[in-house]
Design a binder for this molecule. Structure first.
Ligand SMILES: NC(=O)C1=CN([C@@H]2O[C@H](COP(=O)(O)OP(=O)(O)OC[C@H]3O[C@@H](n4cnc5c(N)ncnc54)[C@H](O)[C@@H]3O)[C@@H](O)[C@H]2O)C=CC1
Ligand SMILES: O=C1[C@@H](O)[C@H](O)[C@@H](O)[C@H](O)[C@H]1O
Length: 339
């Protein structure tokens, strides 16, 4: 049997997600190696590179992409830095796995989409990892199968223990609810056409300046109503749940009922505390799918169109937050490359 050559990956951004993806590429997935890491924080890049055999450290993404042994790019810098890194990768026609959000607004996502179209082929998989989560995949298969009839509503809960320092109202949409925007579009195979943001009284655990929780309502072009409780300082755990209400039944995921113990007069289990553990398998499967597709010369998974559509919904949601009324979502026509 002939062995596939190992793909050399440059990981851009070595913070929480970037460092975890470096570990994953180095120790969990197969078919790729970390050839380079990039961070504007030179010491952080060096620290991460030192832990991986044969890995070079850079502070400039474009330089890393031009380096020997780099065949593909994983972008895990903050959202506002994604556009520059994507355009640099396109200059070398390199395959990219780009963490969500593709970019933080629709105009920059459109520029990326135009640049990818100029290449003439898809090169980017967007890191909407929930599409690789086993529970979400089962829900998708059930809805696609049609046994429950047509979906009418999708209820979602997105709870985090707490928000990190510097978290803003916009980030409740761009960093957190963006996942529900993507999974709603994917599960229903419909586009989101309008967003309303409602707010109960704030939790006393919410940091100053952050309205938490928030309640988002999306309307879709297929007539489904999607609601999302974004509750990011709930204090007790990381919970991501979705319930589809269909014509002949309902289906729910995310109850997290793993090991249940009965002891000392009580019964119960544990609740994940963050996305790294809750979605560990999904991140692994997402990255392995990207490596495998790259080895075949293909691009799979959430596309730049999906990243753009989510960015347009985010933009409408941020306006809805600020202006306090329902905001329609405007999308350009879907280009042939993404149909
Ligand atoms: N899929 C998921 O569940 C999650 C995805 N993310 C996404 O991953 C990305 C990174 O987030 P975190 O790791 O939490 O952030 P982080 O703040 O921990 O790390 C970001 C790193 O990027 C570096 N950086 C900043 N600008 C850069 C540039 N221009 N070039 C190279 N490096 C640069 C920073 O110095 C830092 O080391 C974001 O897009 C975020 O939305 C984050 C958390 C979970
Ligand atoms: O992407 C993520 C974070 O950026 C975000 O801050 C969290 O709320 C999400 O649950 C996580 O998946």
């Amino acid at each position: 049997m002939t062995q596939r050559p190992t793909i050399g990956v440059a990981v851009v951004g070595t913070g929480r997600m970037g460092a975890d993806h470096v570990r994953r590429l180095d120790r969990v997935t197969s078919g790729a190696r970390v050839a380079a890491v990039v961070d504007v924080d030179a010491e952080r890049a060096k620290r991460v590179a030192d832990g991986v055999e044969g890995c070079a450290a850079f502070t400039d993404a474009a330089q890393a992409m031009a380096a020997d042994g780099v065949d593909a790019v994983l972008i895990a810098s903050p959202g506002p830095a994604h556009e520059a890194a994507l355009l640099a990768a396109f200059a070398h026609d390199l395959p990219v796995l780009c963490e969500k959000p593709l970019t933080p607004d629709a105009a920059s996502a459109l520029r990326v989409m135009e640049a990818e179209q100029r290449l003439g082929h898809r090169r980017v998989q967007v890191g909407f990892m929930r599409r690789y989560d086993a529970e979400y995949q089962r829900l998708k298969a059930l809805l696609d199968g049609g046994d429950l009839g047509r979906p009418l509503m999708l209820h979602n809960q997105h709870r985090n223990v707490s928000t990190p320092p510097g978290f803003t109202n916009e980030m409740t949409v761009n960093d957190s609810a963006v996942h529900e925007m993507d999974v709603a579009r994917w599960l229903l195979d419909q586009e989101i056409t309008a967003v309303t943001v409602l707010r109960p009284r704030p939790s006393s655990s919410a940091p100053d300046g952050v309205d938490d929780p928030q309640f988002l309502v999306f309307e879709t072009d297929g007539g489904v109503l999607v609601d999302v409780e974004v509750n990011l300082n709930c204090g007790f755990g990381y919970q991501v749940r979705a319930e589809a209400v269909c014509e002949r039944g309902t289906a729910r995921i995310g109850d997290g009922v793993g090991l249940v113990t009965h002891t000392a007069g009580r019964w119960g289990g544990t609740i994940d505390q963050d996305f790294v553990t809750r979605f560990e398998d999904a991140y692994d499967r997402q990255v392995q799918a990207w490596i495998d597709a790259t080895a075949r010369g293909e691009t799979v998974g959430p596309s730049v169109w999906d990243g753009y559509a989510a960015a347009a919904v985010c933009e409408a949601a941020v306006r809805a937050q600020q202006e306090g009324h329902r905001v329609p979502v405007d999308l350009v026509d879907r280009p042939p490359l993404y149909r």
